[in-house]
Design a protein around this ligand. Structure first.
Ligand code: FAD
Length: 311
């Protein structure tokens, strides 16, 4: 992993750093390269443009780790409103939503599980009524068991709900086996949080090897793999494994983040692959931005130089 990744993710937890970064004008330009806007309107507009280019979309109303039940309810309502807007714009055949359970109440001290499950159910119901689906994002390793338990509960009524597994966790190959049954939508990503060595591979090569092992399980299984990476080598390996397992385009998909390798997104789509772009929007962009900067040293050094020159 990049030498700067760990310190940056640690520093990002400081409320002072958050305050500084969130109010710096320099943030705006960098934020815009990863987040199309703060309003529902800007999210729907970005979605329409991507869909017009032959891409699919998953939208994330930014926010995480709320300790406030009203905030969790407000986030749930924001998803319901978003789904209405997407349906009104005729976009729900091509656009679904991604939800972080800590944004809808999973970290609340009392009844966190129950509140998050109920809120997630509300969003799943709204998604189904709009003709689309929900995927549960995966957060740091302390939330994995709860997220997978809520997924199991949700799938009883909403079997179309997608899961996310992170290749950097040592447990993930087993989780892939558990989740590679028919109809099971599973996004595989490397993982974006700062995790200790006892639960996660911390060496880049080890993470990549784990990603390939997990790809083999998912592409060889009965589910619907969602291959989330921008890594050219892993993309090549995924395509070749899909061929080896006689997977037709449409029986799996590629996923990439808004603003990252957009030409590659369009190239794959033009070649007949299903490509879904993850579009985050909203005011709570801080945690998302910090994770993107931590995985991209070139952006990071530009950003830190700008910050230092302003302080
Ligand atoms: C659709 C989607 C959903 C995701 N959902 C989750 C989730 O629920 N939980 C979770 O923990 N993580 C999630 N992630 C993030 C993921 O775990 C990685 O942190 C992120 O995708 C970077 O890993 P990579 O596979 O692209 O490989 P990397 O080795 O990090 O990057 C490969 C190449 O991609 C390009 N690139 C990567 N990151 C950037 C960047 N920030 N700016 C510019 N170029 C870049 C560079 O060319 C780089 O060389 C998601 C990623 C995607 C694509």
């Amino acid at each position: 992993m990049s030498l700067l990744r760990e310190p940056l993710l640690l520093l990002a937890r400081s409320p002072k750093v958050k305050q500084l970064v969130s109010t710096m004008p320099v943030s705006a330009g960098i934020v815009r390269s990863y987040v199309p806007g703060e309003s529902v309107g800007s999210a729907v507009e970005a979605t329409a443009a991507l869909v017009g280019d032959g891409l699919e979309v998953t939208l994330d109303h930014l926010g995480e780790d709320t300790l406030d039940v009203e905030q969790a309810d407000a986030t749930t309502q924001a998803y319901v409103d978003l789904l209405h807007e997407l349906a009104a714009a005729g976009l729900t055949r091509h656009a679904e939503v991604s939800v972080k359970l800590t944004a809808v109440g999973a970290s609340l001290a009392d009844h966190g599980y129950k509140v998050a499950l109920e809120n997630a159910r509300t969003i799943c119901r709204a998604a189904r009524n709009a003709g689309t689906t929900v995927t549960l994002d995966m957060e740091d390793h302390t939330t994995t068991d709860t997220t997978l338990a809520i997924l199991r509960d949700l799938r009883k009524d909403f079997p179309e709900t997608g899961a996310v597994l992170q290749a950097y966790l040592r447990r993930t190959e087993d989780d892939c086996r558990q989740l590679s049954y028919e109809g099971s939508r599973v996004r595989l990503c490397k993982g974006a949080y700062n995790e200790p060595g006892d639960v996660a591979f911390t060496d880049r090569l080890e993470v990549d090897k784990s990603y390939v092992r997990c790809l083999k399980v998912l592409l060889g299984g009965q589910g619907y793999p969602m291959i989330a990476t921008h890594d050219p080598r892993l993309l090549r390996i995924a395509s070749s494994l899909a061929g080896r397992h006689a997977r037709q385009p449409g029986s799996y998909e590629f996923q990439m983040l808004y603003g990252i390798r957009p030409e590659e997104q369009r190239r794959l789509a033009a070649a007949g692959e299903t490509v879904r772009v993850y579009v985050p929007y909203g005011q709570e962009w801080y945690g998302y931005l910090m994770r993107r900067l931590a995985e991209r040293p070139a952006n990071l050094s530009f950003f830190v130089r700008s910050l230092i020159s302003k302080t």
